[in-house]
Design a protein around this ligand. Structure first.
Ligand code: HEM
Length: 144
């Protein structure tokens, strides 16, 4: 009887654990970033810094900044495991009309880190988000 109870408990653990773990792991980063309100505040700050950074200002000064912020919020929400689904053009199309070099890419990442620092986002959380964004360099960098 004790053995049966163990088997039942064990099989319940096996059948439930993956779902529970997948759910909590999947939106953990999103929660650490403060959910949607946290991302909105982060992107507001990020755009101010992009415009204030002499390396980035030429890229962003004449764009629809409100639109880009909304797209970034949706994108960061989605990649961090939140409930959003971004519907805008893919990263290659979105940057096709702009010459983006590796050093431009690195500079943008640096400005994003400044924003995350200013919001008090822990270093580990920052690195987790950056690791998810990093592979996008293949679609975004299109100039020497
Ligand atoms: C991980 C890095 C990056 C991510 C995740 C990212 C993401 C995005 C997103 C989501 C949009 C909005 C596209 C739309 O739906 O219309 C966008 C637009 C834009 N991005 Fe990036 N981007 C990155 C790197 C860069 C870099 C390095 C530059 C240049 C320095 C850049 C310049 C721009 C510009 C100028 C636009 C506006 C384009 C337009 O007005 O149509 N991005 N980006």
């Amino acid at each position: 009887m004790r053995h049966l109870a163990h088997v039942l408990v064990l099989s319940a653990a096996i059948s439930f654990a993956p779902t529970v773990r997948a759910q909590s792991a999947s939106d953990a980063l999103y929660q650490q970033l403060g959910g949607l309100p946290g991302l909105v505040v982060l992107m507001d700050d990020f755009m101010v810094r992009l415009l204030g950074d002499p390396r980035m200002n030429p890229f962003f000064k004449d764009t629809d900044q409100k639109h880009i912020k909304e797209e970034l919020v949706a994108q960061f929400c989605e990649v961090s495991g939140g409930p959003c689904r971004r519907k805008g053009p893919d990263m290659r199309k979105a940057h096709a009309g702009i010459d983006v070099s590796k050093s431009n890419f690195n500079a943008l990442v640096e400005v994003l880190q400044q924003s995350m620092d200013a919001r008090g986002i822990p270093f580990g959380t920052q690195n987790h988000l950056l690791a998810l964004l990093a592979p996008m360099h293949r679609e975004i960098i299109n100039a020497p």
